[in-house]
Write a protein that binds this ligand. Structure first.
Ligand SMILES: *Cc1c(COP(=O)(O)O)cnc(C)c1O
Length: 388
């Protein structure tokens, strides 16, 4: 069976796929159709937190699968309750809304912020949300509006109104929007992932937090990519010294199954009531059972390991031949190379290393559990490819 040809014939043409069919794997090693082995520095776009077919995760998932795969949110089920409790205990958030993706988690964050403002002002006068230039928040019509990149604001209009985009470098732009007195929230990624793995500076974030306080704005942090251990703390906000009002997350949370979550802080824990929001698949027992097995193992030891491995990657690549700059946090790295990033990714794949791109950068988001040996080997190959 020619999978590539059949994909081109029958699957919607929304993806420019790399020239490989993956069939199996274990941890950070994956195998293609021909049995070629690859070291995975992409983790399915920061999704496979513990790599492929992690046995503990697979056991949790299959046991739940054999008991109850879905009952809808009309009834109580155990896995989503356990997961919500664990997330709240580990973060200080009060409640969790579960969806299936990052965009859906952000939709919940946006609806919550607008409802909070509606409750506060009695009308929709404060519905505007400030987001940042170069951000990425998803592919729905509303999350495209939230995304601060002009390239995403064509072809599919009319887009959802009520978003303004401020500089991610100069907090003055955030302040100027906040002073217009029609906003309810600021929504930021602490490391702009799709935008090229660009961390915000601590000074900038401090300033935004201050502006939000002064102007009574909710602070929403999109941790779809940075969350769940990726940056070396359970959530990235922990490294920036503030407590957001809302955090959205997804990608690595489910360990490979679709799961998104919107974490609600004190100010907004009662904002959404019965009937205000929902999702048929949200909080699916199988996804949640898997997520629980992931989150339980993202402990201090693993997080220290993520930070150590991240430092190693940064040190190994900084100043290497063909490398212009290295940015990132924890095991989330962006590399600006002399060669176009797409070319590097293609050549690395041929040499058995899977990497991603983000804008003009090569992006590395390996499984958190990648071994030192795998990481060193993959980085050596990548350095050769970049320097050739
Ligand atoms: C990937 C991503 C999203 C979108 O998530 P989906 O699961 O594809 O809907 C939103 N925000 C950020 C920061 C992301 O990295």
């Amino acid at each position: 069976m020619d999978i590539k040809a059949l994909d081109r014939q029958y699957v919607a043409n929304t993806y420019g796929r790399a020239d490989v069919v993956f069939v199996s794997g274990r941890g950070a090693e994956i195998l293609d159709e021909q049995g070629n082995r690859y070291i995975d520095l992409g983790a399915g776009i920061a999704v496979n937190s513990f790599g492929v077919a992690d046995p503990v995760w697979a056991k949790a998932v299959t046991e739940q699968l054999g008991r109850l795969q879905h009952m809808s949110n009309l009834y109580y089920t155990e896995p989503c309750v356990k997961l919500a409790k664990l997330i709240c205990e580990r973060t200080g958030f009060k409640k969790v809304f579960f969806g299936n993706s990052g965009a859906e988690a952000n939709e919940c964050a946006i609806k919550t912020a607008r409802k909070w403002a509606f409750d506060r002002y009695g009308d929709e006068s404060h519905s505007t949300i400030i987001t940042l230039k170069n951000s990425f928040h998803g592919r729905t019509i509303t999350t495209l509006s939230a995304t601060g990149q002009e390239a995403f604001h064509t072809k599919f209009g009319p887009f959802t109104p009520g978003f303004v985009h401020a500089s991610a470098q100069d907090a003055g732009e955030v302040r100027a929007f906040a002073e217009k007195d029609n906003c309810c929230a600021v929504m930021i990624e602490l490391v702009q992932g799709e935008g090229g793995v660009v961390p915000l500076t601590r000074e900038y974030v401090d300033e935004v937090v201050k502006i939000a306080k002064e102007h009574d704005l909710l602070l929403i942090v999109d941790e779809v990519q940075t969350g769940n251990g990726r940056t070396g703390t359970l959530y990235a906000f922990e490294q920036f010294g503030f407590m957001p009002d809302i955090v959205s997350t997804a990608k690595g949370l489910g360990g490979g199954l679709p799961l998104g979550a919107c974490l609600l802080g004190e100010k907004v824990e009662r904002t959404l009531g019965a009937g205000d929001h929902g999702s048929t698949f949200g909080g699916n027992p199988v996804s949640c059972a898997g997520a629980l097995s992931i989150l339980e193992r993202i402990d201090d030891e693993l997080l220290a390991d993520v930070r150590r491995k991240g430092e190693y990657v940064k040190a190994a690549l900084t100043g290497a031949k063909g490398v212009k700059s290295v940015t990132g946090l924890g095991l989330m790295t962006g590399i600006l190379t002399d060669k176009p990033a797409g070319e590097v990714a293609k050549a690395a794949l041929k040499r058995g290393v899977v990497v991603l791109t983000a804008h003009e950068k090569v992006r590395l988001v390996p499984p958190l559990t990648i071994t030192d040996e795998q990481l060193e080997k993959a980085i050596e190959i990548l350095k050769e490819v970049i320097g050739e």
